[in-house]
Design a protein around this ligand. Structure first.
Ligand code: PLP
Length: 417
């Protein structure tokens, strides 16, 4: 097949690793637990890693393997492992890349549960986390030292929608022998070629765009094969046996196997379907975001609009360069006060009040009082959150229906909030 094959063709035509016994065109759902061996010798070879075969579905499963294969085809990555959720992708990766006594340099703008994991849970394991404003390369450089296991950020921060200069961050990290891990949930592989911008490893919540309509919770770890793992304190022994694949070998054979956060075959089935039609959905969502963006920009009750695809957004130029001008489908609007936000949300007739991203339906949430409710106001302000801000995850509805719903809901918002 051609090297320049497009995203959708690659996804649809990824071959199975073995011919299906019944020549099924769609990967069957292998929902069993254990796999039989022809002989004890065979069994020994698989358990000692000399040969690959599925043995037990917590460690590998044919349907999940096919989903991993598809992600590999569409990203061109070196290796992929599917896990039970986006949080599992983040925790498995981070725990594999830094040892007790080491540190992580992380963005100060992160999804709430990721921030909470880094702020509390991981620190109990004697791993320090240095939260930095990644717009400032000098601050990033100052935070990195010989004990830094990785640099970590979201490709577009959720929900602040900050867009970092990813190539510059990667060049800086690599100059200090530090691998770059990016949470690319908001910018799926169709719009973001992470290796072109120096990202070594992507962690993804496949729950979002990839699941194709909020069908299943899942996650994936995508290793581009670009980092020399001998340079990683946490992986240098693994790199002796698995020179090119040390990270995924450690995850598969140790961290993931022992923490047990595996993906089920049913979940993989939904993700396989979702991955194939991802480009169509992303294009429609981006169109809707651009139209809604202009609508909100012109509305006198909306005090601020942010979508990195809009010319007035601070992230516009970098989005054009990094995400082919298709920076996902999350946008934020600000109204005059928290009360205005609640009045607006409560008046919506079609748009759903729910916490998720990239459902096919448009969703709305007030991040300050929900996802970030456990943090102090000062911490939230430090993360550049505002109680006047609403996050919209824009779906694939007919845009005039969305505008009609937003228009009538804005009429219910008083002028002084
Ligand atoms: N990363 C980002 C940017 C997210 O928005 C989320 C969830 O909303 C996650 C990670 C966690 O994903 P999951 O809910 O699949 O664990």
């Amino acid at each position: 097949m051609s090297k320049n094959q497009g995203y959708t063709t690659s996804s649809l035509h990824t071959r199975f690793s073995k011919d299906d016994a019944h020549h099924a065109l769609h990967m069957p759902i292998y929902e069993g637990v254990a796999y039989e061996f022809d002989s004890s010798q065979d069994m020994e070879e698989v358990f000692t890693g000399r040969k690959f075969a599925h043995a037990y579905s917590r460690t590998s499963n044919p349907t999940v393997e096919y989903f991993e294969q598809k992600l590999k085809s569409v990203t061109g990555a070196k290796s992929v492992i599917a896990v039970s959720s986006g949080m599992a992708a983040i925790t498995n990766t981070l725990l594999s890349l830094v040892e007790p006594g080491g540190n992580i340099v992380a963005s100060n703008q992160l999804f709430g549960h990721t921030y909470a994991f880094l702020k509390s849970t991981i620190q109990n394991w004697n791993i320090q986390v240095r939260f930095v404003d990644m717009r400032n390369l000098d601050h990033v450089a100052d935070a990195i030292d010989s004990k830094t296991g990785l640099l970590f950020f979201e490709t577009i921060t959720n929900p602040q929608l900050e867009v970092y200069d990813i190539a510059a961050l990667s060049a800086l990290a690599h100059s200090k022998n530090v691998p770059v891990v990016a949470d690319s949930t908001v910018t799926p592989p169709y719009v973001f070629k992470s290796a072109d911008f120096g990202v070594d490893v992507e962690v993804v919540s496949t729950t979002k765009f990839i699941s194709g309509g909020a069908a299943a919770v899942g996650g994936a770890i995508i290793d581009n094969g670009t980092f020399d793992w001998v340079k990683s304190e946490a992986l240098k022994t693994w790199a002796t046996n698995f020179p090119e694949n040390a990270l995924l070998a450690r995850i598969r054979k140790e961290i993931f196997r022992h923490l047990g956060g595996c993906m089920t075959a049913h979940t993989a089935h939904f993700l396989i379907l979702g991955l194939d039609i991802l480009a169509l959905r992303v294009d429609r969502c981006v169109e809707n975001c651009l139209a809604l963006g202009s609508f909100f920009e012109q509305h006198n009750k909306v005090t601020r609009v942010n979508y990195p695809g809009l010319k007035n957004s601070p992230g516009y130029a970098l989005s054009q360069k990094q995400f082919s001008g298709k920076p996902g489908a999350v946008m934020t609007i600000d109204l005059q006060s928290k009360k205005s936000c609640y009045d607006f949300m409560d008046a919506l007739k079609m748009v759903r009040r729910a916490t998720n991203l990239n459902d096919n339906k448009t969703l709305i949430i007030h991040p300050w009082s929900t996802i970030y409710a456990e943090f102090s106001d000062a911490e939230k302000e430090q993360m550049e959150l505002r109680d006047t801000m609403l996050r919209l995850s824009v779906g694939i509805e007919d845009v005039h229906d969305l505008m009609e719903d937003f228009e009538q809901a804005l009429l219910c918002v008083g002028v002084d909030g």
